[in-house]
Design a protein. Structure first.
Length: 573
């Protein structure tokens, strides 16, 4: 039903233009468009341009309010011709009331562009004065006191709204309306210029053509009001007609400006359509940001995804700090991403929603990748903390063994020696043999305790580094250990511990006659290799320890039948 009503209004507007031209030609001496074929064409082009643009905007849900205002402005533009003495009483009276209604309607459309709403209170005040001056004062009040006969218009039909005529009432009311018209038109021009200056760059680019054309139209209207101050009413002499032709041209430019904004919006949608095609190729993580920056022509654009704990990260889970203007991308009431961009990039209506709809799959994909990478980073950090905690516990255990059990055994051994010394020659041979056995057991226990401590965490590793610890290990193990290369410099504590345990566990678990060990830095990684006749069967614990440092462990079988345990551990530069 609404669509039928709108088409009925369109047909009525087309008919109104034709009828108004007929009225103008019937009383050409009192009209604007009827004075010449050029003037008639200008009137029709301007009015129909407003009608066509207004009807098109009226059919758009987001600009329906603006479209209704533009359609009303096109009707009012044609009604200027109805206050013509050659028209009938009803048409003549309607023209008396509404002949000046077009300027405030055009001003309303300009200030309300693009969504039909006037935001600034000063703009609403200017429009209120405009409607009051044009429709109320110059229209209803002036018509109520306008008597054609007493005003010298013998050709005019009867004024159906006449309440009281004669005297100077009409001149006084009309003069007030002219002064008020000059005031509100200048005020609206200042408001429009100020709003354009205060708007964002993107909004300025969008609204500037409409505002400039609207201000040009209102400037011509203000000039007409200004030159009418001395006579107290709006006329239709030669200069008035030239100003009116300028107004017609300005209205055509305004209509073209609205159409140009639609063309730009269509180009943006076409760019977003290309975005769909590009995103169909599944860009790599972080590629969506580059595609959006190219489509939206903003190289400074930053795309961030909100993660658990309030963190913001890019598609590769890198920390992101957003600066400048920030626009949330919301879908289904959920904030899926944040865009940092140049000021005013998303001032055009619904552009952010179109981006969210177009890049929906890519946004979800990158957001899920960012969440997965974040969880992986948390897991790696947790695993690293577990390994560090285990190493710290090993160090404490070794320290406790050294300061506790080992010291007690050493003290006991010293006590036995002291007892032997004090007894001297009086010592019973059987007791001396028992003491010797006890000392041997103590020495064996101390050796076992030191070996246990060395296996838990070698002190030399913490004090002198990986090279010294591996060399000490080579002297202690029963299997011949051939060391080819070892790093000369100290590395990070966690790196040295992981590398040492790779070597020690490979030596402990390997069943080989000889083993070759090498450790060297290559491209920021410590590469540890243990080569023997066979490789350990179970290396899960080594994979966990090295993996906690973002490294890897693998077994490589050589062509000669020997196996090599290879570990790569990232190390500080």
């Amino acid at each position: 039903m609404t669509r039928v009503l709108r088409f009925a209004v369109l047909v009525a507007g087309l008919g109104l233009g034709v009828f108004s031209m007929a009225v103008a030609r019937g009383g050409a001496g009192y009209s604007f468009g009827g004075s010449s074929a050029f003037a008639g064409a200008a009137e029709l082009v301007a009015g129909y341009a407003l009608l066509a643009v207004g009807f098109t905007a009226w059919m758009r849900p987001r600009q329906a309010r603006l479209g209704a205002i533009l359609v009303a402005a096109s009707f009012a533009w044609f009604l200027l011709e109805w206050s013509n003495p050659a028209a009938g009483s009803v048409v003549f009276t309607t023209g008396l009331v509404l002949y000046a209604a077009a300027p405030p309607l055009v001003a309303h459309a300009m200030l309300a562009y693009p969504d039909g709403r006037v935001g600034w209170w000063l703009g609403r005040l200017g429009l209120a004065l405009g409607y009051a001056g044009s429709v109320l004062v110059l229209g209803l009040l002036a018509a109520a006191v306008f008597d054609p006969a007493s005003e010298g218009c013998a050709q005019c039909p009867r004024n159906l709204l006449l309440v009281v005529g004669g005297g100077s009432a009409y001149g006084s009311v009309s003069r007030v309306g002219v002064y008020l018209g000059l005031s509100w038109s200048l005020l609206v021009i200042l408001v429009a210029a100020g709003g354009l200056a205060r708007s964002t760059p993107a909004r300025r680019r969008q609204a500037a053509p409409v505002v400039v054309a609207g201000c040009a139209y209102l400037g011509l209207v203000a000039a007409d009001f200004a030159r009418s101050l001395h006579r107290g009413f709006l006329g239709d002499d030669g200069l008035d007609r030239q100003l009116w032709l300028g107004e017609a041209a300005a209205l055509c430019v305004l209509s073209l400006a609205v159409v140009w904004a639609w063309v730009r919006a269509r180009r943006t949608r076409s760019a977003l359509a290309r975005l769909v095609i590009e995103l169909a190729e599944s860009p790599p993580p972080g590629g969506l940001r580059d595609v959006l920056a190219g489509v939206l022509r903003d190289p400074s654009l930053v795309l961030a995804y909100p993660l658990a704990g309030g963190r913001l990260a890019d598609a590769r889970c890198g920390a992101v700090e957003l600066t400048g203007e920030i626009t949330p991308i919301v879908r289904g009431g959920q904030q899926v991403a944040l865009l940092s961009h140049r000021p005013g990039l998303f001032a055009e209506p619904a552009l952010a929603e179109e981006v969210a709809a177009t890049a929906r799959l890519a946004l979800d994909n990158e957001r899920l990748q960012a969440e997965a990478r974040s969880q992986l980073e948390d897991l790696r950090a947790s695993r690293g903390r577990i390994v560090q905690s285990g190493d710290a516990a090993r160090r404490r255990l070794v320290r406790d063994l050294h300061d506790g059990a080992q010291q007690r055994l050493v003290t006991l051994s010293l006590a036995l020696r002291l007892a032997r010394t004090r007894l001297g020659r009086d010592l019973d041979p059987a007791l001396a043999e028992r003491i010797d056995q006890a000392e041997a057991e103590l020495r064996a226990a101390l050796a076992d305790l030191r070996e246990l401590a060395q296996g838990i965490f070698p002190v030399i590793l913490a004090e002198e580094g990986l090279s010294a610890a591996v060399e000490a290990l080579a002297e202690a193990v029963p299997v011949p250990l051939e060391i080819t290369t070892l790093p000369d410099e100290r590395l990070g504590s966690s790196v040295e511990v992981a590398a040492y345990f790779v070597v020690s566990e490979a030596v402990r678990r390997g069943a080989a006659s000889t083993l070759k060990v090498s450790a060297a830095r290559r491209n920021g990684r410590l590469v540890v290799e243990v080569e023997g006749d066979s490789a350990p069967r179970e290396i899960t614990d080594l994979e966990d320890r090295v993996g906690a440092l973002d490294g890897c462990v693998a077994i490589v079988n050589g062509p000669d039948g020997r196996a090599k345990l290879r570990a790569e551990i990232p190390c500080e530069s």
